[in-house]
Write a protein that binds this ligand. Structure first.
Ligand SMILES: [Zn+2]
Length: 150
């Protein structure tokens, strides 16, 4: 089967988040070729520091499947997951993680705490980084540039 990236859907969620004045990060979860959850950041709207795109997408996907695990599912997210989301990805047993931009400030996968390389991490997904990284980064950069300007 030919590889089809779903990062375009995650990028659309990130753009929608920017329009809501949220940090533009978007995520989508794929099960058997179908979208079962997609979300952008909503931490400000929901007054919830855990309302990261990945967390909301995981909740939606679990609700859609009626189960607490997302075994065999793919998660696409525009930014490297933070430690909290990386732990949630592990707990959800997500099969493959595709992320866009690296996050030197808050990332917890390729740097910082590197959650998936800890002995206490019971499930490690296949990890693919730098997927459409330029587009993912550009969204974040323009968002923060605009915020600083206002
Ligand atoms: Zn996060």
């Amino acid at each position: 089967m030919k590889f089809r990236s779903y990062m375009d859907i995650a990028l659309n969620e990130a753009r929608a988040a920017a329009h809501r004045s949220e940090v533009p990060v978007g995520a989508v979860i794929i099960h058997a070729g179908k979208v079962i959850g997609s979300a952008g950041n909503r931490t400000r709207e929901l007054n919830d520091p855990t309302a990261h795109a990945e967390m909301l997408a995981i909740r939606a996907a679990c609700a859609a499947l009626g189960q607490e695990r997302l075994t065999g599912c793919d998660l696409y997210v525009t930014l490297e997951p933070c430690p909290m989301c990386a732990a949630a990805i592990s707990n959800a047993r997500i099969g493959r993680l595709y992320y866009g931009a690296s996050d030197p400030k808050s990332g917890g996968v390729g740097q910082g705490p590197r959650i998936f390389s800890h002995a206490q991490c019971h499930h490690v997904p296949e990890i693919y980084s730098d997927i459409d990284a330029t587009a993912c980064e550009a969204l974040l950069k323009s968002f923060f540039t605009q915020r600083r300007g206002s």
